[in-house]
Write a protein that binds this ligand. Structure first.
Ligand code: NAP
Ligand code: 8YV
Length: 319
């Protein structure tokens, strides 16, 4: 029995190849794209893709059965087209919740207390040379934190924030059962009620640039925006304008609109903390994500059922 051929559409998680090497015939996506696979295109039964896989790419692979996304966000993978072709999509929910929630809290503290700049002060020898670092203009104490998104990761962020004694509320499309935090039916009403907004919603048509000038202004001059969801959700021009005008206090960002590009202007504010999309990027968590990719493929090829399919491709057993 030949090993199933699996196409790696990009190299993001180095543990994936390690987890799949023994059981699959692994192929790299040619730089010229799927059409350059030639005769091998017909062999491919699975694709590993993060950040997108189009209908056109799927159609170049006539025997494609499953696309496994090594991340929880599977935006850019054409779910409708996959469903119409009977192609399953899987992702890696839950195994990264803790890491991403930890990062959100770290980013929040870094932003309000300017710890990056404080550490740089020491490393640059300025403590000894120039004296004490400046007082941070913001504090976490007494903040009202609004979560835009209260799913798997949002809930973990909220749980971590409880001991900080901040007031927590949230906005999602529908109220979450069994949750005591105050619910806001719109993002605008959440932003009016809080001074700190944490974004952890997926990239969808509905969430495009929803964090705009009005939302940022509502957070106010003491306001802080934290984004660990997708850069897609924030209007970066509006964010820069709000920071420049002082209508928003600061921002902590792990994700950007056009990664890896980060608008240069954002880097000029010492009330902005930036990370290169590393919320899940620890060895332990990336290994767990790679293992879940492998588990999905194993279960699919052995039993015809993936472990963690996305909701748009509801599970129907192959056998
Ligand atoms: P999840 O469990 O599906 O939660 C998504 C939450 O967003 C839910 O509470 C959902 O509630 C809400 N939501 C969805 N669409 C909305 C809308 N239009 N308006 C308001 N709320 C909306 O997903 P998750 O596992 O927590 O992950 C969330 C996202 O985080 C991922 O999709 C990914 O993009 C991002 N992420 C980023 C990193 C990183 O490295 N920075 C790592 C992991 C995940 P309702 O359905 O009730 O609206
Ligand atoms: C990673 C993510 O950057 O899971 C997501 O949606 O954005 C992050 O965990 C991604 O999985 C890269 O492998």
């Amino acid at each position: 029995m030949p090993k199933p051929a699996v196409l790696l559409s990009q190299k993001l998680n180095k543990f994936i190849e390690e987890a799949l090497a023994d059981d699959y015939d692994l192929l790299d996506l040619p730089e010229e794209g799927v059409n350059a696979l030639g005769a091998r295109a017909a062999d491919i039964r699975a694709v590993i893709a993060f950040g997108g896989f189009s209908a056109e790419q799927m159609d170049a692979l006539p025997n494609l059965e499953i696309i496994t996304c090594p991340g929880v966000g599977y935006d850019g993978i054409d779910t409708d087209h996959a469903a119409s072709r009977g192609i399953f999509i899987t992702h890696t929910p839950n195994v990264l919740n803790d890491e991403v929630a930890d990062t959100a809290v770290a980013l929040l503290l870094n932003t309000v207390r300017q710890f990056y700049f404080a550490e740089k002060w020491v490393r640059d020898g300025r403590w000894e040379r120039d004296g004490a670092f400046e007082l941070s203009p913001f504090t976490l104490k007494g903040r009202k934190v609004g979560l835009y998104g209260l799913g798997r990761i949002g809930e973990e962020i909220a749980a971590r924030l409880e001991p900080f004694k901040v007031e927590i509320s949230y906005h999602t499309r529908s109220p979450k059962k069994g949750v005591a935090y105050a619910y806001h039916p719109t993002l605008a009403s959440l932003a009016e009620a809080v001074d700190t907004l944490i974004c952890i919603v997926p990239k969808t048509d509905e969430t495009h640039k929803t964090i705009n000038a009005d939302i940022l202004k509502a957070l106010g001059p003491n306001g802080i925006l934290i984004n660990v969801g997708r850069g897609w959700t924030v209007d970066e021009d509006d964010l820069i304008a709000a920071l420049e005008a002082g209508t928003l206090g600061g921002a902590g960002l792990d994700v950007f609109y056009d990664e890896p590009h980060v608008p240069e202007k954002l880097l000029t504010f010492d009330t902005v903390s930036v990370l290169p999309h590393v919320a899940s990027a620890s060895v332990a968590t990336r290994r767990a994500m790679a293992q879940l990719v492998a588990d999905n493929l194993k279960s699919w090829f052995a039993e015809g059922r993936p472990v963690t399919p996305v909701p748009e491709t509801p599970f129907t057993p192959k056998v």
